[in-house]
Each structure stands twice: as C-alpha cells, then as structure tokens.
Design a binder for this molecule. Structure first.
Ligand code: ADP
Ligand code: MG
Length: 719
C-alpha cells in the first residue's frame, strides 16, 4: 500500500484516479455523454482541449453575412418549432437573433432531437451556408455549438460529435470546477524548471488554466506551446530512451572494420562518392564498429546512390568475417539490386572467375566475395545450394525478397541486414530478418527508403532510429524539367515533345490517372487511355501497356521489351513506380496529375533524366482547385525531394505520415507536425538532456507509462 501525500501537487496518476462524478457540476447525463467522448476522469477532462475559441467582440452579425457564403454567427435562440412530416419531410425550424437583434432562421431536416436540444434563450454558434429563402435569411442543417450565456471576451468551444448530449458550455462548466478544485494542491509539473525556463515555457498548471479560459489569444499560444511541448517530450523521451537502452544492452556485433581495405574499394569505384554519401558511409561504419546493433534509416531519393552506400556497409561486414543480406520488396527490385551490386563488385577489381550466376570476386588480396540472389523464382536445386552456402558461410552476401526470411533459411553469421523500401515491409518482417542473428549477437540493420520525409517527421516517426540523409545527387545528371499543363490547348505540345524525344532515340512513360478505390477501374481506364493514344497522339509509335490487372507472366515481358528499347512508350498505371529502371527514358507524362500526392509525383518523375540526356516531366491536370495547382507548382519549382516533403507537410498535414507508423499517436492531442514543427527538435533536445541526466524523473516516467499505451511502446521494440 502506498502512502498518498494529500498535500503534494496533483500528478497525472492522481488526476486519472478522480472520476468525473466527483464534480458537483457533473450530472449523470453529463458523465455519460463525456464517457462517450472518451473522457472518464479529471485527467481526461483537463486535456479535453478546446477545438477553437470565440472572440465575442469579433463575431459576425447577421447583417455582415453574405448569401451563398459559409458563415458563422453567434446568436440567441428565440423560437423552436418541430414540424412533423413523413420521412425526410419532418423538420425543426429555429429562429435565432444576433446581438443587434437581426434574425435568421435555421431549418434542420431529419434531426428531430434538435427540438429538445435547442431552447429559447440559449446562446448558440451556428456555422452554415447562408441562403435566401422566400425573402428571409436561412441556414439549412447548420452545425451548432451551444455556448450558453457565458461571459468573457474569449471563450472555448469544445469538440463535440453532432449528437453528443452535452453542450460546450456544460463542458466549460465542469472544467472550470475541476480547475478550481485543483487550485489548493496545484497540478504537478513533470519537467524540470530550468528546462522550462530555457525554452521559455510556462508551468503546466498555468498552461492548463490558460488553455481552457484564456483572456487573450496570447494566453492561448502560451498555454498551447507548453502542452504541445509536453506531448512531444513524452514521445521523445520514449524514443531516445529506447535508443539508449539498445546501446547499453550491447547485444550487437562490434564489427572489425578494415579501413585500409575499404578505402581501397572506394578508390576503385567508377566514381567519387558525393559528400552526402561519404558522410553517410562514415556514420554507418562508426555504428558497425560499436557493440550495439545499428538501427539506421538511410533516406535518399531515387538516384541518390543508396546502393553503393549499402555495398560499402556490406563489404565492411564481409571484411569483418560476417554475412550481409539485402532484402527488397519485390523480385524485380531484388534482381535489380543483385545486378547493381554485382556490377559494383566487379568494378572493384574482381580478378577473373566472375561466373554468370553469383560470381566469386576477389577483392584486393582478400578472399573473393560470393554474392547470391534468393527469390521465389530461383529453382529448387540452386536454392538448396544457396541455403547450404548461407548456413556454412560460403555465401557472403545475399540479395532477395522475403524468401530471405523463409522457413529453413539459416545464416552462419549474419552481421548486417539491409532492408530496402521499408514501408512495404511490415515491422514483423524486419524483426524476423533481424532475428536471424546468431549467437554472436544481433545483426546491424540499415533501412533504405526512397521517400524523403521532413526532418521533424523523421524525428517523430522514426525517432528511435538514427537517420542519414542522402540529400545531394551525384553530379553529371542532366536533370528533369517539369511543366504543369492545365490547358487542353497546351497538350499537343506535350505529345510533340514526346515524339521528338522518341525520334532522338529515347523512350517515354505515360502514367494514367490514379484511381484509388479500384484497381479494376484503374486498369480499364489505362486500357482506354492506351487505345486513345494509339489511335491519336502516339499513332505510329511502338506503345506498350502495363497495369496491375495483367498477370505477372504478361507484365514481365512488356517491361523487358521496354528495357531493351523495343517499345518507345510505356503507358502504365503506377505499377511502374517500383521496378522499372530504364536510363534511356527521357519523358514522363502524368495524366490526371492532380490525383497524385507530391511524393508520388516526385518519385515518378525520378524515372527520367537520370542519365546524360535531360528529362521532361509533364503534369497534366484539369483540376483548377488552388491546392491542386500549388501541389503541381511545387514540383515545377523544386526537384529536391526533402524540400518537397516539407511543402507536402504544409499542404496536407501529417495524417499520411502518422498512418504509416502510429507512434504514440494516441497521446498527440494538440501537437501537429505541421503547425508545431519547431517544437519537435526542441522536445528532442530536451529528451536527450533528460536522458543524459539519468532519465526522466518519477512524475514524468509515471505519466509516460500511463499515457503511452503498451501498443505504442511495443512498437518501438520491434521496429
Ligand atoms: P538509388 O538506389 O538511391 O536510387 P542507385 O544506388 O541505384 O540510386 O544509384 C543511381 C545511379 O547513380 C547508379 O547508376 C550509380 O552507379 C550512380 N551513382 C551512385 N553514386 C554515384 C556517385 N557518387 N557519382 C556518380 N554516380 C553515382
Ligand atoms: Mg536503388
């Protein structure tokens, strides 16, 4: 039994132990309604943050509203009338007036409960489109926030579902009481004061008071900064803590990295490493030498040269006497990697004996490297040989699909697992590859992704990994010129350019509009586009069609003939996103470009302009929406994937990012990676400071345990 100090400031655990029914302002209905909103105790209530604030002095009056526009108005209910009728004819008519006495009528169809919800004299904020109906102003089915007769210049509006049997003023009422009753003991602050001071943050007690009842918008900002910081800090403390724990556990392999030998390799590469590649290689080699398992994310867009970085890491491990595996999401990609690595190995001064299949290559005095390919397509006999080689250690490097983690695959001593395109693999699969480690220790893991994400997002979503960025493309690329084409009249010029490039011996892609809901519809759309282009703009060219509904057996020959240059144009759905890599292609036409996200467009564009001939990318769209236009313009303006990822975050928010990895999401109530991007590195820095000082104090640690669910924490373990 623990002794509770009844005078100490209230911690989250204390607040979580106080049920709402203990408040005088809580009726059974209120408690029930709040429970439906997920608010169970005082902690939940105090962190049930306002959705917005209303500035009473700035509310529009009815006289200022314009017909046809969406508007918001603060009004008082004057009269409520329920008009019965069958089915959809039943309606509730509500007459309201604003502070100047001007009237507005609201009609609610199919919401009979409105008659009980809205009563004479109530204050309400209405949002809706203003219509003129039989000479009077009207809103149909407006969104309603009940605000009661609260006073004060600014007041909070809480998020409510349409039918919640509780009004925003009732919540405000309960929050008010809760805050008053916490006054005596105060609310505990888990963050050391010097840390708060250095970030210019107020105390938590003050922040919670101000967020619910601010006197100015400056108060809201002040409160919000602190509470956002807390959310991000909790997450960063966990992430930084995981990383540190992994290091302390020391279950990894301290590879003996032979610098002389590696430098020898580097000198024999057919090119010089870019600054970003050299930096990344150093980061990886430093990790490999450490006794803890590396968990590093290598971000670099298509063509940034990730392969050679991976190869150097693999060679480092090879020199230290261990095996390396590279896992790719598809067979095509695995085959491409195998080819790329073999070529590089050969260029590193292989001495003869390069057999057609997994040739042995001697490297500067060491024993030769044996690289193998393991996919589902490898014949059983060959497969047995490779498996035996992996088990005995004769096979030093292996590239493959998830066949690498198949039943019966044993490694003698797996020292490094490189995983390409992490988002296509589940966490489980990555964990499974890592679990192939032997008694020597856990293999190091390098995850490669071609999707650049903003720095702060990486810090949040992959905060437990170390991150390297290849943010510099190798020199000698001719680059891509991008044009947004939104006028039908401009389209002939696109096809002219395409034909000119083909006439000059190059090839082109035409990507069909993305149709998310159905691959079938998308495929038939692609077929129609193909037929249309063959009959029209591309009439006398050699055109192939590729989409996801074609059987794999038909797809491969088409890709192969495009690769061999037997097709001039490949009309395709996004199946070409992965796996087609043709240096001779110089034109990328994307139809319905407004349907794609920035990242995807950028990825697609990366398919051209990789060699010495300049590439062209045309983004066709007839969508006049400003967001669509801004997205396409962003691509015209920049070819830097990292820069574009920041724009994307601005335009779309973090939703899609967080979906891919739901790290601590449940605890992010206020913080937004877009809006609060400046706070992410600050919280990170603070978490590192806390970790360096021996870890979080008891209040913070307890809060993290309560607020971050087990699922969140497990996630870190497996990633
Ligand atoms: P990624 O896997 O990141 O898409 P690759 O590793 O396939 O990129 O590299 C793309 C191309 O660039 C390859 O042909 C590779 O040989 C070449 N390359 C890589 N690094 C350099 C460099 N530093 N200088 C010149 N060419 C390079
Ligand atoms: Mg690659």
């Amino acid at each position: 039994m623990t002794l509770v100090d009844e005078s100490a400031a209230l911690t989250w655990r204390d607040l979580a132990g106080i049920g709402l029914e203990r408040l005088n302002s809580a009726s059974r209905r209120r408690v029930q309604a709040l429970a439906e909103l997920g608010v169970e105790h005082l902690g939940d209530l105090l962190t049930y943050y306002p959705r917005r604030y209303l500035d009473r002095s700035r509310q529009a009056t009815v006289g200022e509203l314009r017909v046809g526009e969406d508007a918001m108005v603060l009004a008082t209910v004057e009269r409520v009338r329920a008009i019965p009728g069958r089915n959809r004819r039943a309606r509730v008519e509500v007459l309201v007036s604003d502070r100047e006495g001007a009237r507005l009528s609201c009609v609610f169809f199919n919401q009979p409960w409105r008659a009980k919800q809205l009563r004479e004299g109530m204050g309400a904020v209405l949002y809706g489109r203003l219509e003129a109906f039989r000479g009077a102003l009207q809103m149909t089915n407006p969104v309603v926030d009940l605000v009661g007769d609260r006073t004060g210049a600014i007041f909070a509006v809480y998020p409510l579902s349409a039918k919640a049997a509780i009004g925003t003023w009732e919540i405000a009422d309960m929050v008010g009481e809760a805050l008053r009753r916490c006054e005596r003991r105060g609310i505990a602050d888990p963050v050391p004061t010097d840390l708060l001071a250095s970030h210019g943050l107020c105390g938590r007690d003050e922040a919670l008071r101000l967020i619910h009842s601010p006197e100015s918008f400056a108060d809201v900002t002040r409160a919000r900064n602190r509470l956002v910081f807390d959310e991000l800090l909790r997450m960063q403390v966990v992430l930084v803590g995981r990383r540190r724990a992994r290091r302390l556990a020391g279950e990894g392999i301290a590879h003996e990295v032979d610098r002389v030998l590696l430098d020898g390799f580097r000198q024999r590469l057919p090119f010089e490493l870019t600054g970003a590649q050299s930096r990344t290689v150093e980061e990886i080699l430093a990790d490999l030498a450490q006794p803890w398992p590396m968990h590093r994310l290598l971000q670099g867009e298509v063509g940034s040269g990730k392969t050679v970085v991976a190869l150097i890491a693999m060679l480092a491990v090879f020199c230290g006497g261990r095996q390396a595996a590279l896992m790719a999401p598809t067979e095509v990609l695995a085959e491409q990697h195998h080819l790329g690595l073999s070529e590089l190995l050969r260029s590193l001064g292989a001495t003869g004996r390069a057999a057609a299949h997994g040739g042995r290559l001697a490297l500067g005095g060491t024993s030769p490297v044996l690289l193998e390919l393991l996919t589902g397509r490898i014949r059983a006999g060959a497969r047995d040989g490779i498996l035996a080689g992996l088990a005995t250690g004769d096979v030093h490097m292996v590239v493959g699909t998830h066949a690498l983690i198949g039943e019966g695959v044993r490694y003698r001593s797996l020292g490094l697992a490189v995983v390409d395109e992490q988002h296509r693999f589940g966490v489980e699969q990555r964990a499974s590859l890592r679990a192939r480690g032997t008694a020597d220790g856990l293999p190091d893991v390098l995850v490669m992704t071609a999707t650049p994400i903003p720095r702060t997002a990486a810090m949040t979503v992959y905060g437990d990994l170390d991150v390297s960025r290849l943010d510099e493309l190798p020199a000698g690329r001719a680059g891509v010129r991008t044009e947004a084409v939104s006028q039908p009249l401009e389209q002939p010029a696109v096809w002219e350019r395409l034909r000119a490039e083909v006439a000059a011996g190059h090839q082109a892609y035409v990507v069909c509009p993305l149709i998310e809901e159905s691959e079938k519809v998308e495929a038939s759309g692609a077929e129609a586009t193909y037929a249309e282009l063959r009959a029209g703009a591309l009439a006398d060219l050699r055109v192939g069609l590729l989409h996801g509904r074609l059987p794999a057996g038909e797809r491969e020959p088409i890709m192969a003939s495009f690769r061999r240059g037997e097709l001039d144009v490949l009309v395709a759905t996004t199946v070409i996103e992965v796996g087609v890599d043709v240096g001779n292609a110089t034109v990328m036409v994307i139809l319905g470009a407004d349907r794609f996200g920035i990242a995807q467009l950028h990825q697609l564009r990366g398919r051209v302009g990789r060699g010495d001939a300049p590439g062209w990318c045309f983004l066709l769209s007839d969508n006049p929406s400003p967001t669509a236009l801004r997205r396409l313009q962003a691509l015209v303006d920049s070819t830097d994937g990292f820069e574009l990822s920041e724009v994307d975050l601005d335009l779309r928010g973090e939703g899609t990012l967080m979906d891919s990895r739901q790290t601590g999401r449940s605890d992010l109530k206020l913080a937004s990676l877009r809006r609060d991007r400046d706070w992410v590195p600050r919280a990170r820095e603070a978490a590192v400071a806390i970790s360096d000082a021996g870890g979080p104090g008891p209040i913070l640690a307890d809060e993290i345990a309560l607020l971050l669910s087990d699922a969140d924490i497990d996630y870190f373990d497996k990633s």
